[in-house]
Design a protein around this ligand. Sequence first.
Ligand SMILES: [Mn+2]
Length: 426
Amino acid sequence: MQLNIDQVLTENKKFKTNHSDNFDFLSKQLENKGKNVNNILKKIADFQVAIPSWALGAGGTRFGRFGFFGEPASLEQKIEDVGILHALTKTAGAVSLHIPWDIPQDYNAIKELAKANGLVFDAVNSNTFQDQKNAKESYRFGSLSNLNSSVRDQAIQHNIDVIKIGNKLGSKSLTVWLADGANFAGQRNFQSSLIHTEDSLKSIYSELPEDWKMFIEYKPYEPNFYSTVIQDWGTSFMLANACGEKAYTLVDLGHHLPNTNIEQIVSTLMLKGKLGGFHFNDSKYGDDDSTVGSVKPYALFLIFNELVYGMANNSQNPDLAWMIDASHNIKDPLEDLLQSLEAIQEAYAKALLIDQEELKAAQERNDVTLCQEILQDAYRTDVRPLLAQARVLSGGAIDPLNSYRSLKVRESLIKQRGVNSIASGL
Ligand SMILES: [Mn+2]
């Protein structure tokens, strides 16, 4: 199923008058404050977020999974789903594949399909957190950190295979999220785990094509509950430095202990030129995979303030690979992703409204009250008409979620795929 531009334009007629009024009002307000609205619109339109192939089906918990109707059962259908998101929002222009769940059968056909949907292939993701059928070795006691060299070799080779698959699709980066760790105190020696992990990552790194990057993701706990080998940004940063200049740290918002100052981590990594990728989600307690911006929207805004500052001032840091990494247990996955894309763009647009010169001057005068006021004034601005206008200019929908429902997209997918189709994965 593919949405065509005429369907979206017809939908937009319903919202046109209301949108024009809202946008005109907001742009006048912003221009009165000296903002260049066209520049902001262009930045919003250029901001593209990758959708991971595993986010198109319903996620689960360790207790079970409630499937959603009309889930994509093949890679082709997953790409079509991302195409629907992109047609509505014009901000989901990339797909991030999980290997081995989504190995293409026919590379040319998959590339053509992605192109027809306006999509490129972003980072490829390896999987050494579960055993595959017929695998010689088991990852029960770790993969890249395992004490047994045959297990490590199998995990290294898998990552190299993932690079090769990504290379055929036009991907330019590999994301390594390592589930390795220990479930019980005393189970493993921390130092040998770290030494093996560093050596394994270096072996993978040595097989990276010249124009590729490797992203090292971190997470404090889960699936192991006592310790994780790559537990925090410092460990990831250290390993990235040990590998070389094409290795970077990847920040996943849900991979922090409660109340961690993530904006400060982002700022530090960008200063050092080592922030490579970014995964969006939100959380209340742990790696909850809630919709980004639904629990702590102000924290997301503060993080975007540092990202915007870094993108403008840290030329030593590369362009970031943005991706939504959420689970949506019980919601329609496509509706959750539409809400996520809107929340990301909203936080980004608000951060773009911060007057960095004024903020710097207030900081130099130690005018603490004004510093806070500058941030909150930007945050309190309702930027949704800007997002809608950026979509309209790119041929997207004024109100993506509303149009998704009135075009009866899920109903069509169920008709096509059936009620019981299941997205591959866990
Ligand atoms: Mn992630």
